[in-house]
Design a protein around this ligand. Structure first.
Ligand SMILES: Cc1cc2nc3c(=O)[nH]c(=O)nc-3n(C[C@H](O)[C@H](O)[C@H](O)COP(=O)(O)O)c2cc1C
Length: 165
């Protein structure tokens, strides 16, 4: 799948098959995260891949809108050092991984993340140094059958302004 198609077809998937993902596939996804644009070339990110069911269940219990993490075979926890552009950097890395997942025929969903009251709890739970920031958790797996249709988005005409707002 080419990049434009993956960007157009990507959508949040919240129901997954139980099929495990091989290490190579997960590494391909994370590899696109570490290649994201980054303010000042800092690359403050770290990616913790959680496959273990008990840990996924714990993460799912903590994340109010991420209960499906318990069923997704993989959850990638995106953390950043507390730098000036950590949130932009971690978000760029997260989006890269969502698009890469789609290109590989996988489903994914961004789960917050930064600003949530549970952020520090998750930083601690995955064993990251306490000055790290939780940016997102990415649930990952093969999409289960019967997904809801892709969400309607604002049209190009509605959001595009040439020269002036
Ligand atoms: C910063 C951010 C936080 C999000 N947090 C959650 C979340 O906690 N749980 C969830 O199910 N989806 C979450 N999402 C996914 C959005 O709900 C989803 O991207 C949006 O509804 C648009 O749908 P689409 O991804 O299918 O295009 C988050 C997305 C972003 C960018």
């Amino acid at each position: 799948m080419d990049a434009l198609q993956a960007l157009r077809e990507r959508r949040s998937i919240r129901k997954y098959e139980t099929t495990a993902l091989d290490r190579e596939t997960v590494e391909k996804v994370v590899d696109t995260g570490r290649l994201a644009a980054t303010g000042r070339g800092v690359e403050p990110w770290e990616f913790v891949v959680v496959s273990e069911a008990k840990m996924r269940k714990t993460l799912a219990e903590i994340c109010e809108y991420g209960k499906f993490i318990a069923e997704a075979p993989i959850c990638i926890v995106v953390l950043c050092r507390d730098t000036k552009y950590y949130l932009e950097d971690g978000s760029a890395a997260t989006q890269n991984m969502l698009v890469a997942a789609c290109a590989l025929g996988l489903g994914s969903c961004w789960v917050a993340g930064d600003k949530k009251p549970y952020a520090d709890k998750i930083v601690k739970l995955v064993g990251a140094p306490k000055d790290y920031k939780l940016v997102s958790l990415v649930a990952l797996g093969y999409p289960a059958a019967g997904q809801p249709p892709q969400k309607a988005k604002r049209k190009l005409d509605d959001v595009l302004h040439w020269e002036q707002f």
